[in-house]
Design a protein around this ligand. Structure first.
Ligand code: F6R
Length: 623
């Protein structure tokens, strides 16, 4: 995790580096927020400020001890791995005339530290980053007297060759006030290109205020960035290239827009997220045109098994998608937590299609699962919300969700758009494999196209759910029940409540209730029940209504999420949340929304930081 920013501008008359860096860090804070720091090069020396706590604490530190104006600097917001969240362990780390920031984990750091200690290096922190900084300094020093003397880029290439694990490493040197040198291996890094100024960041939100022109870097590349340009090489020093792209969203998409939290705003973004994810993916006859998939139709026709790999909320989106894929395409489909996948020796062949679902595209567990699947000969399709991230880059093909930047740590609009993208993939498979006629596909697309308006209807009724959140915010635990696609929705509802409201919650398949969990139900226990459509799931509907009766009879306070016009539930519901009518497989796009709103308002009522829950980070780039 961790967020990294670098800025290099013109020596005279440009922006002040610390201001640019602090702005970037504020927007990257979702990546980690237990300490932050900035180093600038001013008058031939490194100036450093760093602090345990949030970026706001760093700003207070800089206000108390101002930094000189500068055209060059690097900054970092941390999610601790090696060493606790203290001032000393905060980045940047200064070693000699160098300052470095790092995202990732250097696995051979203990060995390198011992080697450097023997050479006389002393360490002020417990971090692997300081070791990487010392290695860079040692390498830089070893070049003295050679043709590469004073070449920071060469020193970085040689250092990168020795580091194992995952790293994005940025370095500035007091003797080189015109450049930042960076290396990337298994951790994200993008360049932002401006007029006479350039930026580096973990993702584009770190510089979106200043430029929308960006450049993707590949794994195993080193980049040297000056005010006038950038030069990319491999770790071996061979010339290489980045891939320029234009960021499609602007800064307003990354601002709260009048909502109390990013989470709340992102819940309300969902109609647009669904609309944008559907946009341009089919022609006027309803034929899907997923050109970006770049996998030959003959390969898709030969697929005999699908494995969806993902973590957390993305894995629940995968669980929802499984019902649709199996129903529409008749392909056996498994959903596997990415971190469990490769360790159980899964049966993966060239006929296996692996679908990796990830909002950030940087989740290390999912990335490792992608690599494992490809090594076994499977084709991998990524469903991802972040253009140019590692997972889509390493997959054979990608289907982007167009949810826009998701800033709140708790995933909301990404979940809904992942389901939509996975449904598009399922329909595409059904189309190329001939499982469905064109008019059947068209009918499902029509249903999908109705979803933004239906989600909006629900959001228009947010006040009822927000009030319920406040009323139940004192509960000790909350249970969620669902069947069929309502089951992963129940799991997602429970996860949202755990992570933002720190409230014990569990999701169960409603049919499982009588096999154990019903023992948890006592007087006053809130139980949410997701009721399937009576029209399209008649048998299931009746069974869920019985489940409501069972918990109600044992004293539960029932919160029933049911379609408009479903009167069967009324007698057993303490609270009813109405959702618009929809086809069975479309219902998760609706029934999830009240659960998100509920979790958000419980967290608010408990006075918690909704967007940055404790112990979490947005992008989990460690295994
Ligand atoms: C929960 C949440 C996490 C992520 C998981 C995967 O609200 O956000 O469970 O869904 O860490 O992250 P991505 O989708 O970035 O791979």
């Amino acid at each position: 995790m961790c967020g990294i920013v670098g800025y290099v501008g013109p020596v005279n008359g440009g922006r002040d580096a610390k201001t640019v860096i602090i702005d970037g860090l504020r927007r990257l804070e979702y990546r980690g927020y237990d300490s932050a720091g900035v180093a600038v090069v001013a008058d031939g020396a490194i100036e450093l400020r760093k602090k345990a706590g949030k970026v706001a604490d760093l700003e207070a530190e800089i206000a108390a001890r101002p930094l000189d104006p500068s055209n060059l600097g690097i900054g970092h917001t941390r999610w601790a791995t090696h060493g606790g969240p203290t001032d000393a362990n905060a980045h940047p780390h200064v070693v000699g005339k160098l300052a470095v920031v790092h995202n990732g984990i250097i696995e051979n750091f203990a060995h390198l530290k011992a080697e450097l200690a023997e050479k006389g290096y002393a360490f002020k922190s417990d971090t692997d980053t300081e070791v990487a900084g010392a290695l860079l300094l040692d390498t830089y020093t070893s070049l003295e007297g050679t043709a590469d003397s004073g070449d920071l880029t060469r020193a970085m290439q040689l250092t990168a060759q020795r580091l194992e694990g995952a790293f994005t490493l940025l370095a500035v040197h007091a003797d080189h006030p015109d450049r930042i040198v960076a290396a990337r291996w298994n951790s994200p890094l993008v360049i932002g290109t401006g007029e006479g100024e350039n930026f580096l960041s973990s993702d584009v939100s770190g510089f979106i205020e200043f430029t929308r022109d960006a450049v993707e870097l590949d794994n195993g590349q080193v980049v040297t960035v000056t005010a006038d340009g950038y030069e990319v090489t491999t770790f071996d020093g061979e010339a290489a290239e980045g891939k320029p792209f234009r960021v499609e969203w602007d800064i307003t998409a990354a601002e709260k827009g009048g909502f109390n939290s990013f989470m709340e705003k992102e819940i309300f973004d969902q109609p647009a997220a669904v609309r944008d994810t559907l946009y341009g993916r089919f022609d006027e006859h309803g034929a899907l045109t997923l050109d970006e998939l770049r996998i030959d139709a003959s390969v898709l026709r030969s697929v005999n098994k699908i494995i969806i790999v993902a973590c957390g909320t993305a894995a629940y989106a995968g669980q929802v998608a499984r019902y649709a894929i199996e129903h529409w395409c008749r392909i056996p489909t498994e959903v596997e937590l990415a971190h469990e996948f490769r360790y159980r020796d899964p049966i993966v062949t060239e006929q296996t299609l692996v679908v990796a679902v990830s909002q950030s595209g940087e989740t290390m567990d999912t990335l490792m699962a992608v690599r494992h699947a490809r090594e076994q000969g499977a084709k991998v399709i990524a469903i991802c919300n972040t253009v140019g991230a590692s997972i889509p880059r390493e997959a054979d093909a990608v289907l982007y969700t167009y949810a826009g930047p998701e800033i709140a740590v708790a995933s909301t609009k990404a979940f809904i758009s992942q389901i939509v993208a996975a449904y598009l993939l399922a329909l595409y498979l059904a189309q190329v494999r001939g499982n469905k006629y064109a008019d059947e596909i068209r009918a499902i697309i029509d249903e999908l196209q109705e979803m933004p308006d239906k989600i909006q209807q629900l959001l228009d009724n947010a006040a009822q759910i927000q009030q319920l959140g406040r009323d139940l915010s004192g509960s000790k635990s909350v249970l969620f029940l669902g069947r069929h696609v309502g089951f992963p929705v129940a799991l997602e509802g429970a996860l949202k409540l755990k992570e933002v409201a720190y409230l014990h919650s569990e999701g169960f398949a409603a049919g499982e209730l009588k096999h154990g969990p019903i023992a948890l139900v006592e007087d006053g226990q809130p139980v949410f029940v997701i009721v399937p459509s009576k029209r399209s799931r008649h048998n299931l509907h009746a069974k869920v209504v019985s489940n409501i009766q069972e918990v109600r009879a044992r004293g539960a306070v029932t919160v029933v999420i049911a379609e408009e016009g479903d009167h069967d539930v009324e007698a057993y519901a303490n609270h009813i949340i109405r959702i618009p009518e929809s086809a069975g497989l479309m219902q998760p796009l609706l029934s999830t929304v009240p659960l998100q709103l509920f979790a958000c308002s419980v967290a608010e009522a408990r006075g918690l930081n909704v967007d940055q829950p404790r112990n979490l980070a947005k992008s989990v780039t460690v295994e």
